[in-house]
Design a protein around this ligand. Structure first.
Ligand code: SD4
Length: 285
């Protein structure tokens, strides 16, 4: 059993997911436990409750979950007033249609499913928004998405959750809820997920690129490194300065990898059911 998740903020959630799996929980339940732990924590300003808001001061969340057994997925984008966007995404996963809901429709569905509407903007996040708004020009700050992958007994699943870029336009959607760029899982191969500037991650369909490379015979580490290097090089070749992107990957046997084009990308792993540990990827490695 391998669990891998992005950023230091996923440490506690990964521990909870590991315990859940060791106690016999389904993979989906364990992964949602991981993501939810970050969504609910008001100390983390880039995911769920207390996320940093859009330019109008409203928290809008994106999330998705994908089951590699049947390629089913559920996703929401621009979801307001609900603490756990990934839990809402999960309610859509086995639909034949309507797997991806946005904005008003996503909120309407969440309420129909019994989720409680709550204010997502904390006093601290509001203070940061007011400070940022007072500055000109507005800038996008570094912003971390929680992504988690689990591979166990021939099953691979992936999930993501984010409040997106601080000061984004109302309705802006990044890569995180998009199957292909933000996450991908295929139990015959492996799974991958990405964090960083969605506009660049989308250009490289990064998570699907990694899973395709694993399918062609690369290890998760080599696939992660190659996909990040290739996208970085491609953007430069086209005259663009690449923004930040980092990825995690796992194959169906539980081998894992991670890569980044920034100085340091911390991520969390629990391998073979063992204790969780933090690692740091650097320089595409
Ligand atoms: C987005 N990819 O909305 C997200 C933000 C993120 O690390 O992951 N930051 O573009």
């Amino acid at each position: 059993m391998t669990i891998i998740a992005t950023w230091k903020m996923a440490l506690n959630g990964t521990k909870l997911a590991r315990e859940a799996l060791l106690n016999g929980a389904a993979l989906e339940e364990a992964l949602i436990t991981l993501i939810k732990d970050v969504e609910m924590n008001e100390d983390f300003h880039s995911v769920g409750y207390s996320g940093l808001p859009n330019e109008d001061g409203v928290v809008e969340c994106d999330a998705a979950i994908m089951n590699g057994d049947n390629l089913h997925f559920g996703a929401v984008a621009g979801l307001r007033n609900i603490r756990s966007a990934v839990s809402v995404a999960y309610t859509l996963i086995d639909n034949e249609y309507n797997n991806f809901l946005v904005g008003e429709g996503a909120l309407k569905h969440a309420k129909e499913m019994g989720f409680k509407e709550e204010e997502m903007l904390t006093d601290e996040a509001k203070k940061l928004w007011l400070e940022e708004r007072a500055k000109k020009p507005k800038v996008y700050k570094g912003h971390d998405t929680v992504c988690g992958l689990i591979a166990e007994k021939g099953r691979c699943i992936a999930a993501t959750s984010t409040s997106g870029l601080f000061m984004k336009k109302v309705g802006r959607v990044g890569d995180s809820p998009l199957v292909g760029p933000g996450l991908y899982a295929d139990s015959e191969v492996g799974a991958a997920a990405a964090t960083g500037v969605g506009e660049d991650i989308i250009k490289g369909t990064l998570s699907y690129a990694i899973v395709s490379l694993i399918a062609s015979g690369l290890s998760p580490q080599d696939a992660a490194t190659k996909s990040v290097m290739d996208l970085d090089a491609k953007l430069r070749a086209k005259g663009e300065e690449p923004r930040d992107f980092s990825v995690i990957a796992v194959n169906k046997d539980g081998a894992w990898g991670a890569a980044t084009n920034i100085a340091e990308f911390p991520f969390i792993v629990s391998e073979d059911g063992g204790e969780t540990a933090m690692y740091i990827a650097r320089d595409f490695g």
